[in-house]
Design a protein around this ligand. Structure first.
Ligand SMILES: NC(=O)c1ccc[n+]([C@@H]2O[C@H](COP(=O)([O-])OP(=O)(O)OC[C@H]3O[C@@H](n4cnc5c(N)ncnc54)[C@H](O)[C@@H]3O)[C@@H](O)[C@H]2O)c1
Length: 399
């Protein structure tokens, strides 16, 4: 079988996500395994071209990983690569202009979320890509995590009966940066630089809810800045102007209510950094990034409220682990492979720039709901969809 080569221009590879998840764990891992296998059994190899602002870092990275091409001049790389994939993992505010230039140069687009820093910008990019006839993809990594794949399996298998509610806890303590360095870049805490937990996390909640339980119909949210002063990578103090926690309620098309706390100011007393509890008439599940436990109605205990005596029931022990029943690859790599197949052989793909724009739009609505202290309905009624993983999309915002 033949092996084709697909060039991948990668911008923002010196960053946390760009380097670890996209370059090393996805594109280079695909290179090392001999490429992406297509439906006819042939393979397509990926040829990364590193793009960035710092020649020293790029050269070192290229040498470390045996990558032939790198450049600090994106336009030069674009001009030489029509029909290639342009990947963007830069800081969010740099994204929209870079993707516009890549679309104009005839690239297919694969990008980190949020796909732009405003909903209007995200929507404009989606339309531009469609009109230019190029393929597009936005990172939806959470859907490819083992815990969420198992949760989706439970939904598809009818385990829950009627889904009533979902409670999500996401977060951990991000150090302020004075006596211990912060685990996240300081731009995340500056509104003017694209920071803020709402734009960061609500893109994820949008597609997780949409693909598992139904599209979001209305949102209430309270976004806050709990910690107003932090210290940056150089140890300099700065004002943290972006929200570092958001408490939201989403009404879903299927009738369920989802309530998700997102916070960089909580100490973890959970098994995983993200936990989603789903309660349905027939059973419940608690899914994390990797694990998923269930309790069926037949094994549900019968607690009786009595604070005068210590709880006799070991509630956690009444849950059962959902088996893997599959081998799970890195979530980012799995989505890269789907996207490459979409570009090369037109395999179906749901996670395009329109899907990305829905996430950005939801974040924007949530911020408005918070600022105005009210519930906001999502515009454009769309039918409740439960598309299977990877193959379909909801319709908001739509073409
Ligand atoms: N999918 C996920 O789970 C996930 C997780 C974290 C971050 N992200 C997204 O990934 C993107 C990058 O986040 P990160 O945490 O890797 O950030 P980072 O700060 O570690 O990396 C940012 C990258 O952008 C480059 N950059 C910085 N300032 C720039 C500028 N002014 N112009 C052009 N490039 C610039 C940096 O050199 C670096 O390569 C963000 O859009 C973020 O929302 C996604």
């Amino acid at each position: 079988m033949s092996t084709a080569v697909l060039r991948v221009l990668m911008n923002g590879v010196t960053g946390r996500m760009g380097y670890r998840q996209h370059l090393v764990r996805s594109v280079l891992a695909i290179r090392d395994q001999g490429g992406v296998q297509l439906a006819d059994g042939s393979r397509v190899r990926l040829e990364p071209v590193l793009i960035g602002r710092d020649a020293r870092k790029l050269r070192a990275m290229a040498e470390r990983h045996g990558i032939e091409r790198w450049t600090t001049d994106p336009s030069e790389a674009l001009a030489a690569s029509r029909g290639a994939i342009y990947f963007d993992g830069q800081v969010t505010p740099a994204r929209e202009a870079s993707i516009r230039a890549a679309i104009a140069a005839g690239m297919h687009i694969y990008t980190e979320k949020p796909s732009a820093d405003t909903a209007a910008g995200a929507m404009a990019l989606a339309r531009l890509a469609r009109d230019a006839g190029v393929k597009s993809g936005v990172v939806h990594d959470k859907l490819f995590l083992p815990g969420l794949i198992k949760l989706k399996r439970l939904v598809d298998g009818g385990f829950f009966g009627r889904v009533l509610s979902l409670r999500g806890e996401f977060g951990y303590w991000v150090f302020e940066g004075d006596w211990q360095s912060a685990q996240r870049p300081s731009w995340n805490y500056r509104a003017a630089e694209g920071g803020g937990i709402v734009s960061d996390m609500f893109c994820h909640w949008c597609y997780v809810l949409e693909h598992l339980f139904g599209p979001v119909r209305a949102v209430m949210a309270k976004a806050v800045t709990h910690i107003p002063h932090r210290w940056d990578e150089q140890g300099r103090p700065y004002d943290a102007t972006a929200h570092d926690a958001a408490y939201a309620i989403f009404e879903l098309g299927g009738g369920a209510i989802a309530q998700i706390n997102s916070s960089w100011c909580v100490r973890v007393h959970r098994d995983e950094l993200l936990e989603l509890q789903v309660d349905g008439t027939e059973g419940s599940a608690v899914a994390g990034l990797r694990s998923c436990r269930v309790q069926h109605r037949a094994t549900t205990p019968r607690p009786v409220w009595n604070p005068d005596v210590p709880a006799a029931e070991k509630f956690r022990e009444g849950w059962q682990e959902v088996p893997d029943n599959a081998e799970f690859d890195n979530a980012f790599k799995a989505q890269w492979e789907l996207f490459v197949r979409h570009v090369v052989e037109d395999a179906p793909y749901a996670f395009d720039l329109f899907a990305g724009a829905r996430g950005v739009a939801l974040a924007e609505l949530a911020l408005r709901a918070s600022a105005e202290g009210r519930r906001i309905e999502v515009p454009n009624e769309s039918p409740p969809t439960r598309p299977s993983l990877g193959w379909d999309s909801g319709r908001w915002p739509s073409r």
